[in-house]
Design a protein around this ligand. Structure first.
Ligand code: DX5
Ligand code: ZN
Length: 217
């Protein structure tokens, strides 16, 4: 199974995002956190910034929508260059309609669960998803502590769906990535771990090595 490291630019220097992105050439995905100040208490970036960044980056973009009404904005994010659109099963939009819209727009659909949501919440939609995101922090901010008690959700999902991409997001670093990989996750978001390190490129390589060494098929 493919292992992917996905740096989250939420922890990057927003005054110089182009240069920050250039440090991620070893990554397999780029994670873009979109927050509306309603679904989560924080506000981040929207389609114009993603569109600008997409122009000089060949790595696929995974746009993580932490917004209450994702359905309203799918077209805008697809136009901005999203390859994967991840949204939350807890949102206010109709989940089926939102997945349909993502697929109609030519993107891959991914569904996420917050820490208090059981993993079974994504099961009715699984056939049309290319990825499931298991949050290992409460969404909203970078740099929070990893919640190891989310691992049983990953183990169950991996046992039930051996082929789906399982992503983890929140507090992933060179140590916690081992725990996630052992549980069966194969796509790893890392914000603080990458962008607060002296050598983001070397950190991405370390994350990849530790994930590969610990991933259980
Ligand atoms: C949190 C975001 C994450 C965040 C992760 O709500 O969804 O993608 O950037 O940051 P770290 O890796 O620092 O926990
Ligand atoms: Zn995220």
């Amino acid at each position: 199974m493919d292992i992917k490291i996905s740096p989250s630019i939420l922890s990057a220097n927003y005054a110089n995002l182009g240069a920050e992105l250039a440090k991620c050439s070893a990554a397999q995905l780029i994670h873009l956190d979109v927050m509306d100040g309603h679904f989560v208490p924080n506000i981040s970036i929207g389609p114009p910034v993603i569109k600008a960044l997409n122009k000089f980056c060949d790595i696929p973009f995974d746009v993580h929508l932490m917004i209450s009404e994702p359905l309203k904005y799918i077209e805008a994010f697809a136009d901005a260059g999203a390859d994967i659109i991840t949204f939350h099963v807890e949102c206010d939009s109709d989940v089926n309609e939102t997945i349909n819209k993502i697929l109609e727009c030519g993107c891959r659909a991914s569904l996420s669960v917050k820490p208090n949501t059981p993993i079974e919440a994504v099961y009715p939609y699984i056939d049309r998803l290319s990825m499931v995101l298991v949050m290992t922090v409460e969404p909203g901010f970078g740099g929070q502590s990893f919640m190891a008690d989310m691992m049983p959700k990953i183990e169950k999902l991996r046992a039930d769906f051996p082929d789906i991409d399982i992503q983890v997001d929140g507090g992933v670093n060179a140590e916690t990535i081992k725990t996630c990989a052992k549980a069966g996750a194969n796509v790893f978001v890392a914000g603080n771990a990458v962008f607060s390190s002296e050598n983001p490129s070397a950190t991405i390589e370390t994350l990849m090595r530790n994930a590969k060494e610990n991933f259980r098929n």
